[in-house]
Design a protein around this ligand. Structure first.
Ligand SMILES: [Mg+2]
Length: 417
């Protein structure tokens, strides 16, 4: 039995359609409307780099469409896509307003309480697309259905600008280029690849010098955000934090693997740097551990893998009494994933800042009907119904990810040092 919704909908045969946004539009609450999802269509996009984008479009029997985006990783795209297709089969025939129920039964009945990142990513995309339809059906941006705006524009920090940098001078030069574009906050990982739990003195010194070079180049008014990517052991992370404190970083992100939550709490106790975790946590139970152990000052869940828009909103609400701020992670496109991030960021009081990948902006603009513009490190809230963005399907097809791709090189033991 499909979900029902009593509310304003598109009167496709009349002039007062709430969706067309004409002056004559008037919501009509007198008609019982049964919206039903009829089709789930995924799109895997080749960005030209190591990171792909995975979108989903939901069609409904009323003609409304909804867009969502799943977080994905190199070499894991096929697994993400498989979950999206499989879970999408369970969404066809349901109503787009039964968002919380769908998320719950996917966790309980589909995943049988054994979720993995691929599950959460696929669910997040479907959940966002349901919100997009719900907002369009109501003629409101999603944030107006979630408590309304707490701010008119969303602060963003730049990421994706330092990937080709090696020397401290290269980091400094690239940082200045980003600042010249108006960004007032920028994030980077000063450590070298591949990821190692224990790094030597030379690598540690190089990381410190990269941070020093960026701070000296951008001055004291620009926030620098240090990314550690869960690499380090607790004692090494604590020691390096002590060496970085002189550069006054805005935060210290994932200094160790959050699976060692007690270790993360120890790092937080032994540094003055604000500690961030959350992008690799995927359930209420895991976030509850962060609060219980007072392991972080800031959470960075990703709307494309934490379960979606309502999940991110609920994590943010749970963080409020613990005085933990929210800085949504957004290693996704600058289109749908960013739109969903903006919608939640608008309506949570403890929002701090969110992520914007400058190297994705060009392709993001090509596939989106109206790309979001960053001005002075901020993005204005979208006002259109739903998520506030539509994708160009022909552009998605032009950049379709090839079915056969070479896997990236993963180090062998002979390459270890
Ligand atoms: Mg991170």
């Amino acid at each position: 039995m499909p979900a029902t919704f009593l509310g304003p909908v598109c009167h496709r045969s009349s002039a007062d359609c709430v969706l067309c946004r004409k002056a004559a539009c008037r919501p009509n609450f007198s008609r019982l409307v049964v919206l039903q999802i009829t089709q789930v269509t995924p799109f895997l996009v080749d960005t030209g780099g190591s990171k792909s984008w995975l979108f989903v479009k939901l069609d409904t029997d009323e003609g409304l469409v909804g867009w969502g985006e799943a977080y994905t990783q190199q070499d894991r795209d096929a697994a993400m896509l498989a979950h999206l297709v499989e879970m999408g089969r369970h969404l066809v025939g349901r109503g787009p307003f039964a968002i919380k129920h769908f998320s719950s039964v996917m966790y309980l009945d589909y995943a049988l309480r054994r979720p993995a990142m691929e599950f959460w990513s696929a669910l997040s995309a479907l959940e966002q697309a349901m919100w997009d339809i719900a907002g369009k059906a109501c003629g409101q941006p999603v944030y107006n259905l979630l408590g309304g705006p707490c701010r008119a524009r969303i602060r963003v920090y730049a990421n994706g600008w330092s990937e080709q940098s090696r020397t401290p001078d290269q980091y400094a030069q690239r940082a200045c280029e980003v600042v010249a574009r108006g960004f007032t906050a920028l994030k980077f990982d000063p450590f070298s690849n591949p990821w190692r739990t224990h790094i030597g003195r030379a690598e540690e010194d190089l990381a410190v010098e990269r941070v020093r070079a960026v701070r000296e180049a951008v001055g004291s008014s620009v926030e620098i955000l240090i990314e550690v990517h869960r690499r380090l052991a607790p004692n090494e992370s604590i020691r390096i934090a002590g060496r970085l404190e002189q550069f006054q970083p805005f935060w210290y992100e994932e200094p160790i693997d959050p699976e060692d939550m007690a270790g993360l709490a120890e790092v937080r106790r032994r540094t003055s740097l604000p500690v961030v975790t959350g992008e690799a946590l995927y359930s209420k139970a895991q976030f509850a551990q962060v609060f219980a152990q007072r392991a972080a000052d800031i959470l960075n869940p990703d709307v494309c893998n934490c379960g979606g828009i309502l999940a991110l909103k609920e994590i943010a609400s749970a963080a409020e009494p613990w005085h933990v701020a929210i800085a949504p992670h957004n290693y996704n496109s600058t289109s749908v994933g960013l739109a969903s991030t903006l919608q939640v960021s608008a309506c949570i009081p403890n929002f701090l800042i969110t992520e914007y990948f400058v190297n994705f902006a060009s392709l993001g603009s090509e596939i989106a009907s109206r790309p979001f513009e960053v001005k002075d490190s901020h993005i204005e809230l979208p006002t259109e119904p739903g998520l506030g963005i539509e994708l160009d399907e022909s552009a998605l097809q032009r950049h379709k990810l090839p079915a056969e791709r070479r896997p990236r090189h993963i180090r062998t033991y002979e390459e270890e040092q």
